[in-house]
Design a protein around this ligand. Structure first.
Ligand SMILES: [Fe+2]
Length: 171
């Protein structure tokens, strides 16, 4: 599978960009106030971002870090996987709630806090460990592998969403 258009970017920079993107979506969600339609559509984007991010980390980045002999690095991956589990559970709950539901706001707040904690821990512990133990070349290769996986997941999501939007994603 070749994606010549994928720009070179090291793994932690790519993941940090994902983090920033989802934090921005949470800010937009807060700004949407009580606009249920806007909240629904922003929630869909947040879920898509989080699920893609987790899959990319779990398929490419975490296995590479788990292969290191450094125990603090491996421990950071185990912690991060627990965070993903919590986030997945909250997404499953939110999927069943309407934005007008009284519990919706609190649940979104919990999701945001969990994601913020995950991001902080990951950037402080895991990325730091990865930069110590992985060479620049290896980080670049992992970054490229993740960018490719992200592209194919975006294509999949668009195909599920609608046939029309697929062309836009792959253009
Ligand atoms: Fe992450």
């Amino acid at each position: 599978m070749k994606f010549p258009g994928v720009p070179a970017m090291d793994a932690t920079t790519l993941l940090k960009k994902d983090h920033d993107a989802v934090l921005q979506l949470f800010r937009e969600f807060a700004e949407a106030g009580s606009d249920a339609e806007a909240r629904r559509s922003l929630y869909r984007n947040i879920r898509q971002e989080l699920q893609t991010h987790s899959r990319v980390e779990e398929h490419v980045f975490y296995p590479a870090v788990m292969r290191l002999r450094a125990e603090p690095a491996r421990e950071a991956v185990r912690d991060a996987l627990e965070d993903h589990h919590v986030v997945d559970g909250l997404l499953a709950e939110l999927d069943q709630l309407d934005p007008e539901d009284a519990r919706y706001g609190d649940k979104m707040q919990t999701l945001q806090e969990s994601v913020e904690r995950h991001i902080e821990a990951e950037e402080d512990a895991l990325f730091a460990q990865a930069r110590i133990h992985l060479t620049d070349e290896r980080l670049e290769r992992l970054g490229r592998d993740m960018a490719i996986l992200k592209e194919s997941l975006a294509g999949e999501a668009a195909a599920v969403g609608s046939g029309a939007s697929r062309a836009v994603v792959r253009a």
